[in-house]
Design a protein around this ligand. Structure first.
Ligand code: FE2
Length: 198
């Protein structure tokens, strides 16, 4: 398992945040790093790619000590989907395995939620971004009804602890805090097992 790829990635994101670039540059450079991370599917331990028959899973892979960012694996069983939801912070999404559809939403003049453009297919090794500045509300689903998909997400907060919103089919919002599906995180720091370190 090439876990050093994830360690390098979180180092890149931490260094990027140290520079505190404006959000468009942060998103561009973060997406470039994420594109590199999801280009090869040889580093995510199986425990963080395991689906559940009940609902999609959100495994925390890494959280910054100052909660400036978090990295999660999103695991979709066949046909699974999220409710319509927001994030309240910037988020980067990269598909590691399979594919997913994202349907953006926006509020109209009356404040009601409306689909905002067509559903987008994000295929393996492709990336996209969300944020309050560029569009923060969407519904995501596995593009497949017969296999698991996995995407890697980076958010500008400890996303499992953020108070945000989901919307029911009739447009009623509800506050939620997503939490995480796992209690233990991958150990990125045992360099004695890292063949890239001599
Ligand atoms: Fe999302």
């Amino acid at each position: 398992m090439a876990l050093h790829k994830l360690r390098r990635f979180v180092g890149t994101i931490a260094a990027l945040l140290d520079e505190a670039p404006p959000e468009p540059a942060l998103v561009d450079r973060g997406l470039a790093a994420l594109r590199e991370l999801v280009r090869e599917d040889d580093w995510l331990p199986d425990a963080y790619a395991a689906p559940s028959p009940e609902r999609y899973r959100q495994y925390l892979l890494y959280a910054d000590a100052r909660e400036r960012f978090s990295v999660v694996s999103f695991v979709w069983g066949p046909g699974q989907r999220t409710p319509i939801h927001n994030h309240t912070v910037w988020g980067l999404i990269g598909v590691l395995r399979g594919a997913e559809y994202s349907q953006p939403y926006a509020r109209d003049a009356s404040g009601a939620l409306r689909e905002n453009g067509a559903e987008r297919l994000i295929e393996r090794a492709q990336v996209e971004a969300v944020s309050p500045a560029i569009g923060d509300i969407h519904r995501v689903r596995n593009a497949y009804d017969d296999r698991v998909s996995v995407s890697i997400h980076v958010y500008g907060a400890n996303i499992g602890a953020v108070r945000r919103s989901i919307w029911q089919a009739d447009g009623t919002p509800r506050t939620f805090v997503s939490g995480y599906s796992n209690d233990a995180l991958p150990n990125l720091w045992d360099l004695s097992k890292d063949t890239t370190v001599s």
